[in-house]
Design a binder for this molecule. Structure first.
Ligand code: SF4
Ligand SMILES: [Zn+2]
Length: 360
């Protein structure tokens, strides 16, 4: 991880811990379509990705959590197909809460009739022993793992301060696949310090990289970067060095992905999610104008619910035809951006500013 970015993130977290690291209980959060997230508070991620606000330490009250999870699972909405197990970091990280509590929660979930149980976790937390135990507890359900990749490009990963080795992550994906576990990889759109064209290209290159390097049933989940409170990205935004991406950029990515692989593409956090524990205003979504906003939201929700590649193709073709002033503005901004420094130089300059701003 980058030393300066990591220190800056922890300076922010330590400053805001009293606001963001409150005691919260387990909760059920709709994430779009038939997917719901079962959030369980934890000791917080020890990594320091610049876009993420999961690093806060929430007290883990075992009995309270188990009681709440029991209640949630008893009254699940009828349409739940996928239940995503999520903590304030990685669900399988024993640092965040004990292995025993992880299995007890899975045991409660195992008694529901949800089709798929998806576990969001860092690939480094997955071991063969854990996988065997999980498959045993959740037998009768489809088991899936969701991993953060964000980008397959080294420079972009450094900007995100993402602590992963892409080759090792793909090996874990392959091992899971061989054991009958479904996998999905999260990919971000909108890295700071990149121009719009570079951001789009970075995502397209990453999609191509996954298609080449992972089993063919690995799902790819695209996220436009949301600017969340208590993140370094929010600091960059406050300093005028980052702004929310346009919805039209996200649409451009979807348009440029080869149509025949759209069945493997899913989307998340397109403007339908809030920071449940940090207040509704603690997040800045991708931007568009009021005239096209409803059309975009309609597109996203239909895309999420689409059942076939043909349906997704038609939806993408339809939204591509929409014209709007804010789309023209997006195109103009994209064409006007010119930076003559390479990405590593830009990162080095950013580090100097952060040293100054955070007094490192
Ligand atoms: S993105 Fe994942 S690894 Fe990075 S800080 Fe957030 S929870 Fe941790
Ligand atoms: Zn518009």
């Amino acid at each position: 991880m980058n030393n300066i970015l990591t220190k800056s993130v922890w300076r922010m977290r330590n400053k805001d811990d009293f606001k963001a690291g409150q005691e919260v209980n387990a909760a059920l959060i709709p994430t779009g379509g038939t997917s719901y997230q079962l959030y369980v508070p934890s000791g917080g991620c020890h990594n320091a990705c610049i876009f993420c606000n999961y690093g806060f330490n929430h007290p883990v009250r075992r009995e309270k959590i188990l009681k709440r999870v029991e209640h949630i699972c008893k009254f699940l909405p009828r349409n739940v197909e996928t239940l995503i197990l999520e903590s304030s970091g990685s669900f399988l990280d024993d640092r965040e809460f004990s292995e025993d509590l992880q299995y007890q929660i899975m045991g409660i979930v195992a008694r529901t009739n949800v089709y798929r149980v998806q576990i969001e976790t860092h690939y480094k937390t997955v071991t063969y022993e854990k996988v065997k135990k999980i498959l045993e507890i959740l037998s009768g359900h489809v088991v899936a793992f969701e991993f953060g990749l964000e980008s397959a490009n080294d420079a972009t990963l450094s900007i995100y301060n993402k602590d992963i080795d892409v080759g090792k992550l793909y090996q874990v994906v392959l091992n899971c696949n061989n054991l009958g576990i479904e996998t999905s990889l999260n990919v971000m759109v909108g890295a700071p310090l990149l121009t719009i064209k570079e951001q789009v290209q970075d995502t397209l290159d990453t999609v191509k990289h996954i298609l080449r390097g992972c089993p063919e049933n690995t799902a790819i989940v695209l996220f436009p970067l949301n600017i969340k409170d208590y993140t370094l990205v929010k600091h960059l935004y406050n300093q005028g060095r980052y702004s929310a991406i346009s919805h039209w950029e996200f649409i451009e990515v979807l348009e440029k992905i080869p149509r025949n692989v759209l069945d493997r593409i899913y989307i998340s956090w397109w403007g339908n999610r809030y920071n449940e524990f940090h207040g509704k205003k603690a997040i800045i979504h991708p931007k568009s104008c009021e005239k096209c906003h409803n059309q975009l939201m309609d597109f996203y929700s239909k895309f999420v619910n689409a059942k076939s590649v043909e349906e997704k193709q038609k939806l993408v073709e339809k939204i591509s035809m929409v014209s709007c002033e804010c789309r023209d503005d997006y195109e103009k901004e994209k064409e006007s951006q010119k930076i003559d420094k390479d990405i590593w130089q830009r990162l080095a300059e950013e580090e100097k500013k952060l040293i100054d701003e955070f007094d490192l």
